[in-house]
Design a protein around this ligand. Structure first.
Ligand code: NDP
Length: 259
């Protein structure tokens, strides 16, 4: 009977009661939705990003200013989160930038910017958090459909997102049987600032209306609608659950169909 009541109590506290999750880029878009979804299931959440004001808008999350392109900033930021909230048991490498250009127009600076944020940043934050995961852990990288296929006019972004899946698969192979899983989420076009910025770029380049430019973005997903942030957040929540403990080394497409 006592066990039943304890189980019910844990249930009401949420599936992730007491787990500490650190989410990079957690102040906006997909990262913010993941923070709110995990907190609703009882997780203790630390969110990171460069803009303190954006982080402070997420009620209930612990804000840590961190630039994932700077190794010291990542080491210090994870240490601050750990000191305040305990060992990191869930690490979500979500911070990213989406710049695109044909390769001849991708100069060294642009290539480095994209790699430094998307790929190097993921490597750094995962490496800092991993020692905290003794016999239970979840590592999730927010890659993209560009991690699974070539995205036209964005070879550097495509390479960085493929790299993130390689990192996840390599780690899954290294940590087999230790209770820690490593997976990547690969969304199609999600309704966030990244899509809004792309829409603005199309308007500037072509002179078309904002609505027509947004329709182009909508039409890029096979199911002809933008994906909502909570669709990605729910997938992250499932990967963090004990029910997903045998899902490891996978790249899960959240795109509305095949590209
Ligand atoms: P947002 O622009 O809202 O999120 C990006 C986040 O990354 C921001 O919170 C930003 O915070 C943070 N960030 C960027 N650069 C750095 C940095 N150098 N150091 C620390 N944090 C940084 O867009 P999304 O929510 O859409 O993007 C989240 C992830 O999802 C990205 O990795 C993106 O590539 C991926 N994705 C998005 C898709 C979409 O259609 N929206 C599709 C597929 C994948 P700050 O600027 O304050 O540092």
């Amino acid at each position: 009977m006592l066990r039943y009541f304890i189980a019910r109590r844990v249930e009401t506290l949420g599936k992730l009661a007491g787990r500490h999750a650190l989410i990079t880029g957690g102040g906006t878009g997909i990262g913010r939705a993941m923070a709110e979804t995990l907190m609703a299931q009882g997780a203790i959440v630390s969110i990171t990003g460069r803009r303190q004001a954006a982080l402070e808008e997420v009620a209930g999350a612990f804000p840590v200013v961190m630039d994932v392109t700077d190794p010291t900033s990542v080491t210090d930021g994870v240490a601050v989160a750990r000191a305040a909230q305990g060992p990191v048991q869930i690490c979500i490498a979500n911070a990213g930038i989406a710049e695109g250009a044909s390769l001849p127009k991708t100069d060294e600076a642009m290539w480095r910017r994209i790699m430094a944020t998307n790929l190097d940043g993921s490597y750094r934050v995962i490496r800092e958090c991993l020692p905290d995961m003794d016999d239970w852990g979840r590592v999730i990288a927010v890659s993209s459909i560009a991690g699974l296929k070539g995205l036209k006019g964005a070879a550097a972004y495509t390479a960085s997102k493929h790299g993130m899946i390689g990192l996840i698969r390599g780690l899954a192979a290294d940590y087999l049987g230790r209770g820690v899983t490593f997976n990547a989420l690969c969304p199609g076009y999600v309704d966030t600032d990244i899509v809004a910025d792309n829409t603005t770029r199309i308007v500037k380049k072509t002179g078309m209306t904002e609505a027509d430019a947004r329709d182009i973005m909508v039409g890029l997903n096979p199911h002809r609608r933008l994906i909502e942030v909570d669709e990605v957040a729910e997938a992250a929540l499932w990967l963090c659950s004990d029910g997903a403990r045998s899902v490891n080394g996978q790249a899960i497409q959240i795109a509305g169909g095949d590209y």
